[in-house]
Write a protein that binds this ligand. Sequence first.
Ligand code: GH3
Ligand code: MG
Length: 463
Amino acid sequence: MAGEILIIDAVATNRIVLKVKLLVAQYRVRLCETLAEAKAEIDASLPDLILLDTAIGKDAVSAFCTALNADERASLIPIIATGGFTTPKDRVAALEAGADDVLSKPFDDHILQARIRSLLRSRDARQELRMRDGTRTALGFAEACSEFTAPTQLLVASLDDTLAPDLGYLSQTLENVQVNTSAPESITREPIKKFPIDLFLLDFRAGLSDDKVLFRILSELRSRSETRHSSIMALLPTNARHAAAMALDLGANDIVYSTVAAEEIRHRCAVLIQAKHEADALRRTVESGLEAAITDPLTGLFNRRYALPHLSRLSTESRKNGRQFAIMALDLDHFKTVNDTYGHAAGDEVLRQTAARLQGNLRAVDLLARMGGEEFLVAIPNSDVVHARKAAERLCDLIGGAPFYVGPDRQEVNVTMSVGVYLSDGTDAGEKIESHGALVNAADVALYAAKSGGRNKVSLSAA
Ligand code: GH3
Ligand code: MG
């Protein structure tokens, strides 16, 4: 399932309008009129995300966020504060109170949906971290940071030669931070060798005449091994709504518009830096030997050896809980032609970038593996037919919708992908088919239908 969202808004019409938008996107929705009602709802069952209207009262909102963040069970639930936010200070106040994001009304639907997806992805990653470390204390940024002495490296890539004053302000107001600068194009041309960058600030506020420049930088940063895990913030002109939504889906961790005040940028940077250090801590806990045995060296994804037993476990678990799940076989179209036209090394780079795009768009509970060659596998627990199809179509668009740039000359390569989806009903009736080999075969049969149906499409089969 896409997830459950709790809407808190005193105005009935607002609640209903928002509910309809979220239902269309396959979220389950609960509605609350007051914070007291919300608290009872959260105590009864934890939602995946909260949309909180700040008209309910500044102090009450602040107390609510503080209480939620202090509650171990609920502290990872992302909160989006919505409201009129008449002054920049109001936005910062909501963020400082503990909201993960603020959206000024009226908000753009695409941005809202992309924000929700992005926040849920990072929530899942943090949940995984918490699970592995065992205790909340071990996770606390303060503890992790006490060992961390090297300065946090920021790289500001901006169209102007001079650093914008609000970004210069970061080096004075963020602790232990070193600010570096670069032209946007050099990020994609030159390898970043000097030191690992913790946070990229892509400052396009002066103008984004061509969206593709931003998409290319994001795809590249997410696919390079040295920047794959860096945090990324894109700063955009206020009219770049489409680019903003796509940037979030391509792996930007945060976007801000040119109207946003320096203090808000500072706050958001501090949050991104903290998230980066937490994620680094997680990666350090994975033993490198074990990791190598189950990892595909080209893309860094799980390999077939890891994926197959995972599918068996998923199938058993789902049957136990009577939940549906989806298996997708993804295969790049006419990939042989990419190798033949641009060379094998360029083909490898397309594979790496494909892996990065897919990974950036899936949640931590979803499995992504490279099964061999140009074939990938995705397993989505707890998914119904509508959600599975939507997810598959989104992944398909993510590959076909923006070109890849490869080789020393950053040549543009357009690639499409076909996806076969097998949806298990998660009941005993499906048992006969749900050995891991049979699951992969079933998705492969659907993939074959997508290929013979013309490629660049999704085909679905069910138990
Ligand atoms: P279709 O749309 O039917 O899937 O056509 P296709 O060309 O993608 O499929 P085919 O199976 O004919 O060719 C797959 C190609 O993938 C051939 C092989 O050289 C290439 N390939 C497999 N593994 C790798 C790899 O690790 N790197 C590169 N660069 N190419 C690879
Ligand atoms: Mg292929």
